[in-house]
Design a protein around this ligand. Sequence first.
Ligand SMILES: Cc1cc2nc3c(=O)[nH]c(=O)nc-3n(C[C@H](O)[C@H](O)[C@H](O)COP(=O)(O)OP(=O)(O)OC[C@H]3O[C@@H](n4cnc5c(N)ncnc54)[C@H](O)[C@@H]3O)c2cc1C
Length: 420
Amino acid sequence: MAKTVIVGAGVVGTALAYELLRDGHQVTVLEKNTKPAEGTSYANAGLIAPGHSFAWASPKAPKILLQSLFKGGQALRFKPSADPALWSWMLKFLGQCTAGRAERNTLAKHALCLYSQACLERVTEETGIPYHHIGKGLLYLYRKPESFAAGTAHMKLLQDDGQEMQFLSGAEAAGVDPALEPSKHLIAGAVYCPTDGSGDARLFTRNLAGHCARNGVSFRYGTTVDRVMVKDGTVAAVRTDQGEIEADTVIFCTGVLGMDLLKGHGLPLPVYPVKGYSMTVPLDAESPAANRAPTVGGVDEDHLVAYARIGDRMRLTAVAEFSGYDRRYSDRDFDSMLKSAGSLFPGVGDYGKAEKWAGLRPMTPTGLPFMAPTRTPGLYASVGHGHMGWTMACGSARLMADAIAGKPPALPMESFALPN
Ligand SMILES: Cc1cc2nc3c(=O)[nH]c(=O)nc-3n(C[C@H](O)[C@H](O)[C@H](O)COP(=O)(O)OP(=O)(O)OC[C@H]3O[C@@H](n4cnc5c(N)ncnc54)[C@H](O)[C@@H]3O)c2cc1C
């Protein structure tokens, strides 16, 4: 039987392990951490958001980037460094900032997100795994009339592409989620995408890994891959700190890491870390305030803060920061989240007990992941899922499994090809 090795047990690698198991592969997953979902999949906002699948590279992006050099404390932070990879990435990103490319990338991303959402529903049905899923849509909130007008105009691209959406007043948004009742006067308008949803990516990944392990996938934690071994021009094994492991097929699902290992195979892939911050706030179920916590996730668009209910907790995330691979944080990094949640959901949650975290989004210049074979037969990459890897994971997995099987893919794969 063919031996298939997946490197990385984040949401992307674990979803792929499930699809390859389903297709009859003998799968081994190698993960340097001691558990699944300890990388970027650990504490993301949890939004399953085809309704928000815009490419970051747009005609407005260069000005916003430039402003971030001079203004502190904003949602986008650019800390220039001498890292050549940053400048090379940035040049490629700027090259994607035309109106035509922004539209093309957004529509390809939207197609992947919608397909992925359907795949996630299938995986949930087939496995029955819980992950605090809420399927009541997402609310994109605008505090100023002018930002609401700009937001609705922006959203039209996805609406024309088949995304279901409703344009609501603040009071109507509070009708969708009563948690907004005390703050509805602050909301100039909302875009409600009723088919979007939310869920805990970490819990999903861990439960899916458990399901896969019970059904024959071998997970080897605490195992770092440092080389792909090639024999007679094709993949033969991977070298790890625990010894060599034979493989006919190897798929890198390493998120923001591992690009140096792929370099030897004709790439290099422009995947750069964009840091984000996250707070998970416990809700006291006994307190009347718990009833005022959000039950429908969303985004405070004027502060660019995302939020979701994750079981008996509220997850908040914010900030896109170019500062390399440094994952440290300070209290100030959470200010925008505290301000946003404090005004939208006053008195909810115990912020003193919040779990703080910073993660690195594996961003590509187009905003689309790389999902394709490399120049070495048997070696594949599925990396660079950026700010929407939870939404795109299950669809990416099915597309990669079809590519490996040589089956016709459900979506055109050109948008996800590796650079020449
Ligand atoms: C603040 C924030 C908020 C976000 N919000 C959302 C959201 O609301 N919705 C959404 O869809 N997405 C969101 N995202 C994006 C999403 O979290 C990521 O796109 C996704 O988690 C990427 O998954 P991954 O499996 O590719 O990477 P990871 O989860 O990082 O997994 C990669 C794994 O590979 C392992 N690895 C790497 N190199 C090696 C090696 N050499 N040997 C062995 N193991 C290795 C790592 O240890 C890691 O576990 C958010 C991200 C951030 C940071």
